[in-house]
Design a protein around this ligand. Sequence first.
Ligand SMILES: [Zn+2]
Length: 236
Amino acid sequence: MKKKVECLIAMQKCDDKISEKENLKLELPKQLQTLIQEEEEAKEDVAETIEEINQVILHQKDKEILIKQNKEKALKYEEQLAAIKTNKEYKALNSEIALLSSLNSELESEIIALMEQENRLKELKGEREKVLQVKHKNLTDQEDVIKEEIAGLDGQIDKLKNERNSYVVDLPKTMAKQYKVLIINRNRKAVAFEQEGACSACGFKVRPQLIIELEKQDKILFCENCNRFLVRKPIY
Ligand SMILES: [Zn+2]
């Protein structure tokens, strides 16, 4: 019986370590969160700049259309000039033509300003794309590191499982099965210790009679609340 209890304790030790490593495996990908967010922000910055460039180009086109329309209007007025009889009308039409011409030079300077803005934005886009590349590299590098760490943990977990399974052969089949079910259903804790009169896993009070039986070590006992194997705390 003592041997079986030792076996259970050794198996639980393996499962405790497996739990630790499984938890670490879940924690590792969370370390990527900041890097994922940084990459996302860098992507948004690039997209925002592209949108701004497109807007500036659209404004330029609008102004080019206006210039073209003004030129056509001015040309029509000039044609009309020849047919005009009075000086007053001639003057009025001429000042219209002059106005259109000054409007067009204003529009042209605005287009130049927009072109300069477009160039600045294109430079900014280049800079932001470089930042994005760096952020992307940071993320993929870290992903590789974490993948490696997870693979390492998987290897360690496999080793621990093999070690645990090497103890199972010393247990009766029904006990091995009980252990397995408890591991699955009881948060990977199948074996609990009697600790100052209580179950170490669920805290339920252990009856004095049960403590006496535990001392005797002549049969396998269970916590009366959580049904885990209940054993005496080993002295190492
Ligand atoms: Zn318990």
